[in-house]
Ligand binder design. Structure first.
Ligand SMILES: N#[N+]C[C@@H]1[C@@H](O)[C@H](O)[C@@H](O)[C@@H]2O[C@H]12
Length: 449
């Protein structure tokens, strides 16, 4: 007898995007370039030479896209603000046209009963700030707080959910250690500095919100990937612990516990600086929720040559893998959510991203796009979330990644995560079968699982 699944009353069902991945028009109407403008136009950085110059053309088609959200029945829409569209130099003069774009979007979402969930930073740092050191300059905590104040001042009368950062780990690891993401640095001494300043900026933006009397929810969005040892050998167990400290605990420990996990020094070694104690007072500002981005897990083998964590993920022979090479492992989501709940005092949690890139067939007769693997992925992961709820985790909502097929960073347009297919040549949108399935899920509050 299959269990009837019921999600809590008021559980919020949404979908997520980010500015640079969907908006296009990166320099329109006075916007200042982000570090992605330079990065995507540097040959070799993005597959097929794809760029965000047009992307999903959302900056011009946003009304059509809100209609799509309504058609799917979204209760919430998580999106990010392009910092440089609002502050072209990252600081100082406000670009009114940029602010007006987000103002109109928020009003239209609310008019359609869709809750805006705003992320202030989703990787598109203004180039002008990067030219002043960007995340390597300790002043960026103040620059970010000033930008946050501009957005709070404009939208906090209607936006009730703020996230400061999206996935600081990816910014530090991809942007400063491995160079696979903008700004493309490869420096093991820079990565912890960027990571620490991202957390300081988070704390400064939360502090600014409280000081202005903000009464709504503010939190942080982190990617969490549970790390399992390949064997019970001490070497593999320790390898998994290093990988966990590096990707997972390095972010929520400072935010909730006011300190880094001890193991992080073993990860970075000589590249790990000592930090001023007052930094942790700033970072650990009380927050109202954690956004968890979950995609997969990794099974780790000790590997002395794999910097910085000295652990290598092992492919699981019997598993299904997505187009991005990620194992489909829904149990890892339950383990992740119970870990966060147990370690940090059961804070309110949202899944702010969860989804999969699979090869989608062409649009069939009648305009249908059959994507059963994506439907199966959602079904498995929502069941895993329900298991966490049954275990007492305070789950408040779920945002599918992503509303639209979009620019998958260095993958270009080759990896499609959308509930909605985008023909990037014509900008035609087509709901995939997974969008129709998600619509039923929302309408039944998860009962059709
Ligand atoms: N790759 N991938 C999909 C997805 C990416 O498109 C988002 O921008 C990130 O927040 C996070 O990495 C996850």
């Amino acid at each position: 007898m299959t269990q009837t699944i019921r999600f809590p009353d008021g559980f919020l069902w949404g979908a997520s995007t980010s500015a640079y991945q969907i908006e296009g028009s990166p320099l329109a109407d006075g916007a200042g370039p982000s570090i992605w403008q330079r990065f995507v136009h540097t040959p070799g950085n993005i597959r097929d030479g794809d760029t965000g110059d047009i992307a999903c053309d959302h900056y011009r088609r946003w009304e059509q896209d809100v209609e799509l959200m309504k058609q799917i029945g979204l209760q919430a829409y998580r999106f990010s603000i392009n910092w440089g569209r609002v502050l072209p130099q990252g600081r100082g003069a406000v670009n009114q046209a940029g602010l007006d774009f987000y103002d109109r979007l928020v009003d239209r979402l609310l008019a359609n009963g869709i809750k805006p969930m705003v992320t202030l930073f989703h990787w598109d740092l203004p180039e002008a700030l990067d030219n002043q050191g960007g995340w390597l300059n300790r002043d960026i905590a103040d620059w970010f707080a000033d930008y946050a104040r501009v957005m709070y001042g404009k939208l906090d009368d209607r936006v009730t959910s703020w996230a400061t950062l999206n996935e600081p780990w990816v910014v530090a690891d991809g942007g400063y250690l491995h160079g696979t993401l903008a700004p493309g640095h490869r420096n093991r001494f820079e990565a912890p500095i960027a990571s620490h300043n991202l957390l300081r900026a988070h704390g400064a933006a939360v502090k600014a919100y409280r000081e202005m009397g903000g009464k709504h929810d503010i939190g942080i969005v982190v990617n969490i990937e549970p790390k399992y040892p390949a064997t019970n050998s001490p070497a593999d167990v320790d390898a998994a612990a290093r990988a966990h400290a590096y990707m997972n605990a390095q972010y929520l420990d400072p935010v909730f516990l006011g300190r880094y996990p001890e193991k992080i020094k073993d990860v970075y070694g000589e590249a790990w600086p000592e930090w001023p104690a007052e930094d942790f007072e700033l970072i650990k500002q009380p927050i109202d929720f954690v956004g968890v981005n979950y995609y997969t897990r990794s099974v780790n083998k000790d590997d002395a040559l794999a910097y910085p964590v000295r652990a290598t993920p092992l492919r699981q022979t019997s598993a299904t893998y997505t187009e991005t090479g990620w194992e489909v492992y829904a149990r890892g989501l339950t383990d992740t959510l119970t870990w966060v709940a147990q370690r940090y005092g059961n804070p309110p949690l949202y899944i702010t991203e969860n989804g999969a890139a699979f090869f989608d067939p062409p649009v069939a007769e009648g305009g249908r796009i059959n994507d059963p693997l994506r439907v199966d992925y959602y079904q498995k992961h929502l069941r895993a979330i329900h298991d966490a709820i049954e275990a007492g985790v305070d789950m408040r909502g779920y945002c599918a990644w992503s509303l639209l097929d979009n620019l998958e960073w260095a993958h270009g347009f080759s990896k499609r995560f959308g509930l909605v297919h985008v023909n990037f040549a014509t900008q035609e949108r087509t709901l995939k079968d997974s969008a129709y399935y998600y619509r039923e899920l929302i309408a039944s509050n998860g009962k059709v699982l």
